[in-house]
Design a protein around this ligand. Structure first.
Ligand code: HEC
Length: 454
């Protein structure tokens, strides 16, 4: 008796393999099902990359940012794994949307199949829960200030809002407990629910499969999982992974400056939430709840109800023109708002501002240290100046004058060759030591802060 027989006697794996790979498909092989396979693959991938990231992640306000920095810069492939983990989430959303569209086109939820559709909507919401909790973990400025917006939206929900906000945050403001809770949710609770959803989905699929097999007279003539569906699954899986790796090479995910509760930061959400944030701008004050709860809530309800609203009798869009128009209108609405949001950022110099913060976050260039070592001897600890000719940065009037940032940057980079001053008291140039972004960071985060310190 070979070792394989010995094992098979105990585990019965041959039977299992024969049954899984040889199971007949009453509807034949399909590309939609291979999309579901790709989706599961992406989730497994998230689990793996998430586990790798967790090996060097430390959820506390003191350590989170530094630990992600460590993962990115000091470990072998940590930065790339982080890119994969981030982009796979976007791909999951894309694949879920594709599956939803195909099911809508085919009316796949008809004939007693509504439950899988509803599970799909639940899964979509789980993905949002993943992204919202994962968003905070790097504890950079964007994560901190972005999450602040989110938890305050939570808090604005009528009745339960304030309580939910307090439980989620672990207090009245974002801090250590918030990080710990978001991490526990991201790493334990939400995955647990996801696995639960998966098993319910499997159960339903099996039930439907049995129901379909009842009417089949000769099951041996049906196409089987292997090779008909398996070939599609492998193809789709490879395709999705190829896209994922391509994205992860092409678009690295950055880590912003460490969260600072005292320095307000122009935070932006992920691309798929941009429309919602743009919408919020139009509903201020007591009308806010229309943008935060009413409109998104209505969309969610319609999404869940689609199997019951769709009265068409055959596949295709022909018989559901009304529903289709409605969905297209929603898609157009979201795309429009998203475009406005990105266009607005381009117009108002948001990206320059982010670069400025990035320059400040450079670990090799700390504005305080640099000021102390280079500027201190002439401009002094309060910025008011130690020489006769030095200007007073601590005087609010200095900043209310008409000096443009470009002029100040030029002064710092090239110096001020003022012949009337003794040579050792002239403003020296620093272009050998810093670049323009760093000079601007010095102005914004050091010189302009002097009046507040007084
Ligand atoms: C050797 C002394 C000295 C050092 C070191 C020095 N400065 Fe100056 N700085 C001056 C003097 C003097 C002036 C005024 C020059 C003038 O008006 O001719 C000045 C002017 C400036 C101005 C322009 C203000 C204006 O309104 O024209 C800026 C900005 C500035 N310094 C920033 C810095 C920064 C940032 C550093 C460090 C990286 C630094 N300086 C280092 C002496 C110094």
């Amino acid at each position: 008796m070979g070792g394989g027989d010995w094992l098979n006697d105990r585990l019965g794996y041959r039977d299992w393999i024969r049954k899984s790979f040889g199971r007949p498909l009453p509807d034949g092989a399909s590309w939609i099902r291979s999309l579901v396979f790709a989706l599961i693959l992406l989730f497994v991938f998230e689990g793996l990359t998430g586990f790798l990231l967790s090996l060097s992640y430390s959820p506390s306000t003191e350590t989170a940012h530094a630990s992600v920095e460590y993962t990115m810069n000091e470990t072998l492939i940590g930065g790339f794994v982080r890119n994969l983990h981030f982009h796979a989430a976007s791909l999951i959303l894309v694949v879920i949307t594709l599956i939803g569209l195909c099911c809508f086109y085919q009316g796949a939820y008809k004939g007693g199949n509504e439950a899988s559709w509803i599970l799909g909507v639940i899964l979509l919401n789980l993905v949002f829960a993943y992204t919202i909790s994962g968003f905070l973990l790097p504890w950079d400025q964007n994560a901190f200030w972005g999450t602040k917006v989110r938890t305050s939206i939570m808090g604005s929900t009528p009745l339960v809002g304030p309580m939910v906000q307090k439980v989620v945050q672990g207090g009245t403001d974002l801090g250590n407990l918030t990080l710990t809770r978001f991490y526990a949710g991201h790493f334990f609770l939400i995955p647990l629910v996801t696995v639960g959803v998966y098993f319910v989905y499997r159960g339903i699929k099996k039930h439907i499969w049995k129901r379909k097999m009842v009417g089949v007279e000769s099951p041996e003539t049906l196409p089987t999982y292997w090779p008909h569906q398996a070939a599609r699954d492998v193809t789709m899986g490879c395709l999705v992974l190829a896209v994922l790796f391509g994205m992860s090479f092409a678009v690295p995910i950055e880590l912003g400056p460490k969260a600072d509760p005292l320095l307000n930061y122009p935070a932006r959400p992920e691309w798929f939430f941009r429309w919602l944030y743009q919408l919020l701008k139009y509903f201020q004050g007591s009308a806010q709840i229309i943008g935060t709860i009413v409109i998104p809530g209505l969309m969610g309800v319609i999404l869940i109800l689609i199997p019951f609203l769709d009265r068409s009798e055959k596949p295709g869009f022909g018989q559901k023109k009304l529903l289709l128009t409605f969905l297209l209108a929603i898609a157009l609405f979201c795309t429009g708002l998203t475009s406005i949001a990105y266009y607005h950022d381009l117009e108002t110099g948001h990206y320059e501002e982010v670069e400025l913060w990035q320059a400040k976050a450079d670990p090799e260039f700390d504005v305080d240290t640099f000021y102390k070592s280079e500027c201190f001897e002439c401009h002094g600890s309060t910025g008011s100046g130690l020489l006769e000719a030095t200007p007073d940065f601590g005087d609010p009037d200095f900043w209310s004058g008409s000096r443009a940032d470009v002029y100040l940057i030029k002064a710092i980079l090239e110096g001020i060759p003022n012949e009337t001053l003794p040579e050792d008291e002239r403003m020296p140039g620093y272009q050998d030591k810093i670049n323009a972004d760093q000079a601007l960071a010095l102005i914004e985060f050091k010189l302009k802060k002097f009046p507040e310190e007084e």
